[in-house]
Design a protein around this ligand. Structure first.
Ligand code: ADP
Length: 315
């Protein structure tokens, strides 16, 4: 791609502790949009896709280390706001003898919540230098109402001048203190405010109280975005583009042994966008998303080592 393409991903990345309660815990960091940013940066850099991550962190050593790690991944951290006295959120993953995982979160006062506090905001100021913006249901959930309103205002402004907006429906009910009905109002706004959305069917079924998968597919394809991508685990991915009669269906790759599905959807999004943003059609883009996700689920954790990345990406 000759022209550089700049995308910002907005969200929250937290400190991760994985292991045994009061035992040995391995430290890492993670978050859905950050995971997508990492895969998009890895897969899109050669094609001129520039990836920035927008969030708020503290000025503590953990925040410093996260910023340094993201920069190592080729992610532009110029949109990361740093606020003294705030700390990143934290979560633990405990894995029992059967491999079952339990998550606990400490994120009520995490720094990311305050990204839109104050008269000006790095992301708002950067809109003229961006081609695309990506956010998720989790990005939305962690913001206070005033932050969400600022985000939607920013999106309106951005789209009016030709910016593309992508939304992933990741739904975590416990982040929505006022329940499904309140969350639905915000999701309806998000779907009405984006050009492309990625849907995990289970999440939409829960949020919109949809009885079965078939109805969930129908609902997803009735949503307003021009392009709707449905991720379905091991079942084929489906894409509907407005104005095209055919629904594109792309099988997932066969995986003999799934090790850990953490980051499957996030990496799919990175792969899909890396292809789509350099002009590939939905079919090639979905296959690329399926490909990277099939590799990610054969490794523990959301972010695989760089050495495990595919050499030839478009499949
Ligand atoms: P999420 O992680 O958002 O819940 P999915 O479970 O639908 O999303 O998985 C995202 C993508 O990961 C799928 O579209 C597919 O490409 C890949 N994937 C997930 N599970 C499997 C599997 N068992 N075999 C092959 N691919 C899978």
């Amino acid at each position: 791609m000759e022209k550089k393409c700049r995308i910002a991903l907005l969200g929250e990345c937290m400190i991760e502790l994985r292991g045994q309660m009061f035992g040995v815990m391995h430290q890492n960091f993670g978050g859905d949009t950050l995971n997508t940013a990492v895969y998009l940066a890895r897969l899109g850099a050669d094609a001129g896709i520039e990836v920035a991550y927008a969030t708020q962190l503290g000025t503590d050593a953990y925040s410093d280390a996260m910023v340094a790690a993201w920069q190592q991944e080729g992610i532009d951290t110029g949109l990361v706001k740093r606020e003294a006295g705030r700390m990143p959120g934290l979560y633990t993953i405990q894995v029992d003898e059967t491999g079952e995982r339990t998550f606990y979160y400490w994120r009520d006062s995490s720094a990311a919540k305050g990204y839109f506090e104050g008269p000006s905001c790095l992301l708002e100021d950067a809109l003229d230098n961006l081609d695309a913006l990506y956010f998720s249901g989790i990005s939305l959930a962690v913001l206070p109402v005033s932050g969400r309103e600022r985000l939607f205002k920013l999106i309106d402004k951005f789209r009016a001048k030709g910016g593309q907006v992508f939304f992933d429906n990741n739904y975590r009910p416990r982040l929505w203190a006022n329940g499904h009905a309140d969350a639905r109002l915000w999701y309806d706004r998000a779907f009405a405010s984006c050009d492309m959305c990625m849907i995990t069917l289970d999440d939409n079924q829960l949020l919109y109280d949809i009885p079965d998968e078939e109805a969930a597919v129908r609902h997803a394809f009735s949503l307003p975005p021009r392009e709707v991508v449905i991720k379905r685990g091991a079942a084929p991915t489906m894409v509907r583009v407005a104005g095209q009669d055919e629904i594109v269906t792309v099988p997932a790759f066969k995986v003999a042994k799934v090790v850990d599905t953490t980051g499957a959807g996030d990496s799919f999004a990175g792969g899909y966008l890396a292809a789509r943003m350099q002009g590939m059609n939905p079919e090639v883009s979905a296959r690329s998303g399926n490909k990277i996700a099939s590799i990610v689920i054969q490794h523990p954790g959301a972010i695989i080592p760089k050495e495990a990345m595919p050499v030839f990406f478009f499949v």
